[in-house]
Design a protein around this ligand. Structure first.
Ligand SMILES: C[S@@+](CC[C@H](N)C(=O)[O-])C[C@H]1O[C@@H](n2cnc3c(N)ncnc32)[C@H](O)[C@@H]1O
Length: 252
């Protein structure tokens, strides 16, 4: 698929955003009362149309990809452009691990992880019930009994504390409308020494044909993860267009 076609498809996928946001859990009341949010986030009237006008650590947060674009997540050429087998291999999961796919979408990575953690489980977390319905249907088709779908909120993954060995975030973090709270809840869900693996389109590379707010630089990603106490371990560049960044929760 050429770059222009990729850009058009991705733009169409993002156009589905508005409808999806309408169906999301309303955390505005909660957010409005939280003094801390006002210190962490900044709202600007002039902003990128691909963003929500809310800024975190200097970065504008992107619109959420709506469930109407589920097809985009399952596109055939993804295996060549995003090398999912390599992503799973590089995660170095153990068969007994508990993994989490945060912002799981249609479960493109969930089911690939479930085939590795055969004696463990995979939590698939998303805020769009339609995405979870898709995952539940696929779970039945594949008889993937070790997949557990979880409806999170915009600020909380709703996972049990200290249970997760590895949390994967593919092309999702830049959409989190409460990134600080989301990452704090992910860190709570990790076991001591548990890992976060973040995959994002490379923000440093103008040749990656993805909208600016839907890419991230390593420097920005590391700053934001350090803000919740995650320790950067390594950045691997085996993917054609994305960063693969590994962080760890400290051990007491
Ligand atoms: C671009 S899709 C990527 C889906 C999947 N990770 C993949 O690579 O196929 C981003 C997903 O993140 C989800 N998302 C956005 N904000 C979220 C949040 N705060 N908590 C959980 N999921 C969220 C969206 O609903 C969407 O399904």
């Amino acid at each position: 698929m050429n770059k222009r076609r990729i850009l058009i498809l991705y733009s169409l996928a993002l156009l589905a955003t508005v409808g999806a946001r309408a169906g999301m859990p309303d955390t505005a009341a909660w957010a409005g009362q939280d003094q801390r949010n006002r210190r962490i986030y900044e709202t600007r009237a002039r902003h990128d149309p691909d963003g929500i006008g809310k800024f975190y650590m200097g970065r504008e947060i992107a619109h959420v990809m709506g469930h109407e674009a589920a097809e985009w997540l399952e596109r055939a050429d993804r295996a060549d452009t995003e090398l999912p087998h390599q992503v799973i291999k590089q995660m170095k999961l153990k068969p007994t691990d508990t993994a989490a796919d945060i912002g799981a979408g249609t479960g493109y990575f969930t089911f690939r992880m479930s085939r590795v953690v055969t004696q463990g489980k995979v939590y698939a977390v998303d805020i769009q019930p339609e995405m979870l319905s898709f995952i539940e249907q696929k779970k039945r088709e594949l008889k993937a009994r070790n997949v557990v779908s979880i409806l999170g909120t915009e600020a909380d993954v709703r996972l049990p504390d200290q249970t997760v060995d590895a949390a994967l975030l593919v092309d999702a973090y830049h959409e989190f409308s409460y990134p600080r709270e989301m990452m704090e809840s992910i860190v709570r869900s990790l076991k001591p020494g548990g890992r976060v693996i973040q995959v994002e389109y490379r923000g440093e590379d103008p040749d990656v044909p993805i909208k600016r707010l839907h890419k991230m630089t390593v420097a920005q990603a590391r700053r934001e993860m350090a803000a919740v106490g995650l320790i950067w371990k390594e950045t691997k560049d085996f993917l054609p267009q994305q960063h693969f960044i590994v962080y760890q929760k400290s051990r007491p």
